[in-house]
Design a protein. Structure first.
Length: 117
């Protein structure tokens, strides 16, 4: 099983980034997908989630209206479009795949997002 994140970078406040996560080694369309983030000394927090068919999404209050999660089940990828980035969005962003039915939970290695002028 592999989840490989990409797209993290240094960006100025107000800028945009698009994170991607490429999945392999499991049946992607059977899993809900999520993005989490973690800052130094902080817990890993849920940012956004999308259900297995891509019909329902959930966002943390801090990112509502700025971030959009999407998935492509044909390409086994999930994306996080981040707009109007703020310094407080600085963190390592992790891709997560989970299935409560199968009792499986997978994590990527993370990608660094830094928002600074």
């Amino acid at each position: 099983v592999q989840l490989v994140e990409s797209g993290g970078a240094l960006v100025q406040p107000g800028g945009s980034l698009r994170l991607s996560c490429a999945a392999s080694g499991f049946t992607f369309s059977n899993y809900h997908m999520a993005w989490y983030r973690q800052s130094p000394g902080e817990e890993r927090d849920l940012v956004a989630a999308i259900d297995s068919p891509g019909e329902n999404t959930h966002y943390a209050d801090a990112v509502k209206g700025r971030f959009t999660i999407s998935r492509d089940n044909a390409k086994n990828t999930v994306h996080l479009q981040m707009n109007n980035l703020k310094p407080e969005d600085t963190a390592v962003y992790y891709c997560n795949a989970y299935s409560t039915r199968l009792n499986r939970n997978y994590w990527g290695q993370g990608t660094q997002v830094t928002v600074s002028s």
